[in-house]
Each structure stands twice: as C-alpha cells, then as structure tokens.
Write a protein that binds this ligand. Structure first.
Ligand SMILES: [Zn+2]
Length: 270
C-alpha cells in the first residue's frame, strides 16, 4: 500500500512538473510572438525581399522560356542539334553538307518501293516508330502502307534538285524540292510513304485515300506528323505533301497535331 501511495505521489509530481513545462513553453511562445510583433517592420521588409526574390525568379523563368525557344542555329544558319529527333530543317535552317545521321538503319520490317539502299534507311528510333505505324494501319484498317523514300544524302539531294531545276525551272523546283542541305530527308527522320491505291507514287491524291486520311489523323500517335499540310504552303514554303511524314517523337507530335500548327510555327513561331 505504501508503495502504491508512493507511486501515486510520484505520478502527481511528474504531472505537476509536466504542466509547469508546458506553461513555460507556452510563455516562451508568447514571448516569441511578442518578439515577432515588435519586429513586424523587419518581417515586412523580409517579405518584400521575398517578393523581390520572386520577381528575380520570375525573370529567371523568362530566361528559361527563352531557352525553350532556343533556335539551335549557328551564325551560318546551320542547325546545331542535328542528332535530336526535334531538329528542324527548312528553307532558313540548313544541315552541313557533310552531315550523316549517326544511327541510320536499313528498314527490314516494312515494305519498300525503291532499289536504292540509301533511301531505305532511317534513324533507328524513326525506323522502329515507322514499323509500329505501318503495323497499326494494317491492324486497324487493313491498309498496307509502303515506304518509298527515307534518308537521302546531301549529294543525292544535289542530283535530285538539279534535275528538277533543269526540267521545271528553279522557281517551280523550290516549291516541291528542297535545296541541298535543306532537306528533312538528310536528317534520317523523314519518310515519303505511299500505297497501291496511288500506284506507289507520291501524289496529292494520296491525301484522299483511306491510307492518306488515316495517316493524317493517326500518325501523331506514333510520333509522326504530316510535315507539309494543305493550306500551310506559305509557311512551310512547300506544296501540300500528304505523303511526307516526319518523326518528332510521340510527345511533340501530339502537341503539334493538336495545335494545328506546322512544326516551324509550333517551335519557333516562324
Ligand atoms: Zn519527302
């Protein structure tokens, strides 16, 4: 019994002590609060500093935004992000004449049209995506797509372009053929596709076929866009080419497709 009473006494003492601690702590908090109250001006100025810092952060953000619209061009208008799947080559943005993509592979899983082995190549990632695209077209609509012309070297483009200029004149040639160094085909990320319904040719009629319509509406899901759309001739500088698809990766392709802008407009506002 004595032990029990002793334990009770100890507990009571501990409880009182604990209350005391709490009281002290409470007092401390009150004191601290008072301190803070007296320092309101300083706190206020600190807050202002924070605001200023936020503004600085804001301007950093602006710089980041500028980084997003980095043009990846050197002083000679040669593109610097050549191995990126988001590289943009157009009439203002050139590839070096010596540029050959690092990881070209020969297409093995899709039907091709031409004997020239050079044009039956793409960069690895684009080749894999093209295989997916063609398989899906077959699965969904039972349509067979053909790869007609993919990678083209600078020298091949020289021959093609010069031939077109000879036969059609330069002004006309420039509406349907890129100058050497300005062809997306040199990136290894572009493919001209076709179907038996247009006799495996590259023609505007492809856009009205089931194959062409499916490509226009679905290719973005596999990372491709129709690069030279109808109605955008004045922006791209090229006539409508329903057959020319460009691999830019699924994420960017979805954004460009949904924006209804050309790649040039979407990335650079060009
Ligand atoms: Zn093309």
């Amino acid at each position: 019994m004595k032990i029990f009473l002793l334990v009770c006494l100890i507990l009571v003492l501990v409880f009182i002590n604990a209350c005391g601690d709490r009281g002290t702590k409470d007092n401390n908090i009150v004191i601290k609060d008072s301190d803070r109250d007296t320092n309101n001006v300083n706190v206020g100025s600190n807050d202002n500093k924070d605001d200023n810092e936020n503004e600085v952060v804001g301007s950093n953000d602006s710089k980041d935004d500028e980084a997003v619209v980095e043009t990846f061009l050197d002083e000679n208008n040669v593109v610097t992000n050549v191995e990126s799947i988001e590289v943009v080559v157009n009439k203002q943005r050139n590839l070096d004449e010596k540029y050959v993509p690092e990881d070209l592979v020969t297409l093995t899983d899709v039907p091709t049209c031409l004997a020239n082995p050079e044009v039956n190549q793409l960069k690895k990632e684009a080749a894999d995506a093209l295989t997916d695209l063609f398989e899906k077209a077959k699965e969904e609509l039972d349509i067979q797509l053909y790869a007609r012309s993919g990678y083209r070297s600078y020298n091949t483009q020289v021959s093609l372009y010069n031939g077109y200029v000879t036969n059609h004149g330069q002004e006309a040639a420039d509406t349907f053929s890129a100058k050497p160094g300005q062809s997306e085909h040199q990136t290894g990320l572009a493919m001209d596709i076709t179907s038996e319904t247009v006799n495996l040719q590259l023609t505007e009629d492809f856009g009205d076929t089931d194959e062409g319509k499916w490509i226009n509406e679905n290719s973005y899901k596999y990372g491709f866009i129709v690069r030279y759309p109808k109605g955008k001739e004045s922006i791209t500088g090229y006539m409508y080419e329903p057959w020319h698809i460009r691999y830019i990766g699924k994420e960017l392709a979805k954004k460009v497709y949904e924006s209804e802008l050309t790649l040039d407009e979407y990335l650079f506002g060009e």
